[in-house]
Design a binder for this molecule. Structure first.
Ligand SMILES: [Zn+2]
Length: 162
């Protein structure tokens, strides 16, 4: 599952580079698949929802190739909605490092200087936390926006972003 998701993100990254200079349209009325020239596409969000619904109703067909040769199991693994990543780990690491610095200052310079260092560390930590939270949220909305705009060729499985 994490492997499939990383691969999906790599595809998304490549697509956004490929399409970033082109005007964006919301549908694919006139679009043709760059690989097989078919003009039949399915929205990735629909593909995922359908695959998940089918997997629940009839789990025995989860490995049957469907549109674009993609099985329901693959669709669920590769095209799941992007998840919010938690900024907590980054904040905890910063807190541990700053705590160690304040402790070292206390050890070498005594508690007066350590109090100043502690106050400075709190300010730095708040800055780190705010930045980490904003980045995690920007990153999430960015990935979700790209995921919502993604289509797959029904014939050959090529992914395209209008
Ligand atoms: Zn195609």
């Amino acid at each position: 599952m994490p492997d499939g998701f990383r691969e999906f993100e790599a595809v998304l990254g490549a697509l956004s580079k490929m399409t970033s200079d082109e005007p964006r349209a919301d549908d694919l009325l006139d679009a043709k698949c760059p690989k097989c020239e078919s003009s039949s596409f399915i929205k990735i969000t629909d593909l995922y929802d359908e695959a998940e619904a089918r997997a629940e109703d009839s789990p025995e067909t989860i490995n049957t190739p469907r549109d674009g040769g993609v099985t329901d199991a693959q669709a669920i693994a590769r095209f799941a909605p992007p998840q919010k990543r938690s900024p907590t780990l980054r904040i905890v690491i910063a807190a541990v490092i700053l705590g160690a610095i304040v402790f070292a200052v206390f050890h070498f310079f005594g508690d007066f200087v350590a109090q100043l260092a502690g106050a400075g560390a709190v300010v730095v930590l708040v800055g780190v936390a705010l930045t980490a939270i904003r980045r995690a949220s920007d990153d999430f909305y960015d990935r979700r926006a790209r995921w919502r705009k993604l289509y797959m060729c029904r014939k050959c499985g090529q992914l395209i972003a209008p």
